[in-house]
Design a protein around this ligand. Structure first.
Ligand SMILES: CC(C)(COP(=O)(O)OP(=O)(O)OC[C@H]1O[C@@H](n2cnc3c(N)ncnc32)[C@H](O)[C@@H]1OP(=O)(O)O)[C@@H](O)C(=O)NCCC(=O)NCCS
Length: 153
């Protein structure tokens, strides 16, 4: 790409589907790429626009971990950057934007995600830590729960 100028902005849930499908779930249908809380009022979807194209997406849900009831739990999901736009800092900016959004909403609590083991370090570099053991999420593969504790100050 010649124009590397990009901007992160809020997008509609439906706009996330194509990139989720192409990057995260190419072997599933477009409908499989919708998440249950996509249209919940507290959900935030963001995208990165570069040279007029949507090249990255990520979503934030107000959602507790299974079996827990932390009212200040936020889930990062559907983090995906097109292959041709990787390594430019876009994924990092998307993640930082979601973390900042949580900081603005509430004090304390935590952010979590089911991270693919292959990208675990992408989350750990900004403070996420592995919780528990690696588990399989068919048909995608091995994952770990990664959590980021939010300061209460
Ligand atoms: C993971 C992903 C979102 C990263 O996006 P990106 O735009 O390439 O990431 P960035 O360029 O912002 O990288 C930010 C930092 O994370 C690091 N990083 C990026 N991908 C990484 C990976 N797979 N493993 C370890 N570190 C990674 C970069 O080296 C960079 O670190 P630095 O600032 O110290 O150099 C992107 O590779 C992707 O969409 N992958 C396929 C889908 C996927 O696995 N999504 C996550 C599902 S849990």
């Amino acid at each position: 790409m010649s124009d590397l100028t990009s901007s992160i902005q809020s997008i509609e849930s439906g706009e996330t589907l194509e990139l989720r499908h192409r990057i995260l779930r190419p072997n599933q249908t477009l409908e499989d790429c919708a998440y249950p809380l996509d249209d919940a009022p507290e959900t935030l979807h963001i995208g990165c626009i570069m040279a007029g194209d949507l090249v990255g997406v990520a979503s934030l849900f107000h959602e507790a971990q299974p079996g827990q009831n932390d009212p200040l739990a936020w889930r990062v999901r559907g983090m995906a950057v097109l292959d041709c736009a990787r390594g430019l800092g876009i994924g990092g900016r998307l993640l930082a934007t979601l973390i900042e959004n949580v900081r603005e909403r509430a004090r304390g609590g935590h952010i979590w995600c089911n991270g693919r083991t292959g990208v675990q370090a992408f989350y750990e570099r900004v403070g996420f830590r592995q919780q528990g053991d690696v588990f399989d999420l068919p048909p995608i593969g091995p994952h770990v729960v990664l959590t980021l504790k939010m300061g209460a100050e």
